[in-house]
Design a protein around this ligand. Structure first.
Ligand SMILES: *Cc1c(COP(=O)(O)O)cnc(C)c1O
Length: 419
């Protein structure tokens, strides 16, 4: 029974979709149980106390909460060390800090999963001043094979000459499959098998807690992500992280602050530490809710006659679902529906705009407590073929599922959908 006036046929289809997902939900719950225990164990093992939840000011020397959060996060990620900071302004900043922290003039960064995420183009080879290219860092790319799998033969050939092998786990704005942790393990084996000592770096955005282990447990040297996505649990209001080998994390800290101060400085204003610990603690549950939302969206929109990626029964390594809606009108209506059924700014109307870094207009719907947060239910789409929407998040499955039915209702209201 819904408290909203959804078309009864739509509600029926939603119920049927949910009915078909009981086993998928069970698997998500089991993963959530495992990852929640992993997080709890790290809190207990590191003896997190009330004192660590408090803020500091000024230089932040001896900020025990900040240092404790690094330790807890490293343990959760199966890494030697971590740099978890609200001072990272977004995921791109954390990735950029990692790249500039580790790469030196003359080095080659070898991306083995095709073109990196859109916002990194400027960082790597942009003309706005200060890109890696300007500092003499070379960039090379190996595309994924037709079937979306990494080209292990090419990787073996080229990784020896590279300083860094760069992997993007999630699909970004493409319809390629995301790379699960076992595929990342295969890349790591190929790289080491070829006798390469390259640093293996993973853009881990949207992947955290979607599987039982993270890439750092299967051979990746360093992973990076955003705290307004999965690992912030819907509670962190800003920030990012870098986790991995101790020496690499040190280099990144030198880049984030200064050489000589590294991880030792940076105060935790106000309630930042408390938010960070609460967010990490909540993250496996938030991700489980987002995963349920994702499989529900796949199943429901398939019932409605649309193609979805991945399909409901496919294994998931991230929280993203894309739905091929087939026309700009449907894209816009879908985003309007998501916005209308959001807890914040439900009366706002999303509109396509010329977002920097994209070659076409982009529309985004998000009624979130944290601006731009995408662990909360959000949808976005570039207005170009194949007119697919990228949907992610949902810190409460029940609220998010209503939002998705609401998006379908909007399509119906505008005569863009027949039942
Ligand atoms: C979100 C994301 C990033 C970083 O984007 P920000 O908006 O700067 O946080 C990088 N790579 C991928 C694959 C992402 O999904």
């Amino acid at each position: 029974m819904s408290l909203f006036n959804f078309n009864p046929k739509l509600s029926e289809k939603a119920e049927a979709a949910e009915e078909s997902l009981q086993e998928a939900f069970y698997r998500i719950d089991e993963k959530c149980r495992h990852n929640s225990q992993k997080v709890l164990k790290a809190f207990i093992g590191n003896n997190v106390g009330e004192m660590h939840l408090k803020g500091t000011t000024g230089y932040g020397y001896g900020d025990d909460g900040r240092d404790k959060a690094d330790r807890v996060f490293a343990d959760i990620m199966g890494a030697e060390d971590a740099l978890v900071r609200y001072n990272f302004v977004n995921g791109t900043h954390a990735i950029s800090t990692m790249l500039f922290g580790i790469l030196r003039p003359g080095d080659t960064m070898l991306s083995v999963t095709g073109a990196p995420y859109d916002t990194l183009e400027q960082v790597i080879s942009g003309d706005k001043g200060g890109s890696l290219k300007e500092f003499g860092v070379k960039f090379e790319q190996i595309d994924l094979l037709e079937d979306g799998k990494p080209d292990l033969e090419e990787i073996k050939k080229k990784s020896k000459a590279a300083k860094m092998v760069y992997i993007q786990r999630s699909r970004g704005y493409s319809l390629r499959p995301s790379l699960n942790v076992s595929a990342i393990a295969e890349i790591c084996e190929a790289v080491r098998g070829a006798g390469s000592n390259a640093v293996i770096a993973v853009d881990n955005c949207y992947g955290e807690f979607c599987e039982y282990v993270e890439p750092t447990s299967v051979g990746a040297d360093v992973i990076v992500g955003s705290l307004i996505k999965n690992p912030g649990g819907g509670i962190c209001s800003t920030g990012g992280y870098i986790a991995g080998k101790h020496d690499l994390v040190e280099l990144c800290a030198n880049r984030l602050t200064t050489v000589g101060t590294g991880k030792e400085v940076g105060c935790s204003l106000g309630m930042q530490n408390r938010e960070l610990f609460m967010g990490i603690y909540n993250a496996p549950l938030a991700v489980a809710n987002a995963l349920k939302t994702a499989v529900f969206a796949s199943a429901f929109f398939k019932e409605l006659g649309f193609e979805t990626f991945p399909k409901q029964e496919e294994y998931r390594t991230d929280i993203i679902t894309s739905i091929k809606l087939g026309s700009p009108e449907r894209l816009i209506a879908f985003c309007e529906g998501i916005q209308t059924y959001s807890p914040v700014d439900s009366s706002a109307a999303p509109e396509p705009w010329d977002m920097p870094g994209y070659n076409c207009q982009v529309i985004m719907a998000a009624g979130c407590f944290t601006m731009g947060s995408s662990i909360e239910l959000s949808a976005d789409a570039p207005l170009r073929e194949p007119y697919a929407v990228w949907l992610q998040g949902g810190t409460s499955y029940y609220g998010a599922a209503a939002g998705i039915i609401g998006a379908a209702q909007r399509l119906l209201d505008k005569n863009l959908l027949t039942l």
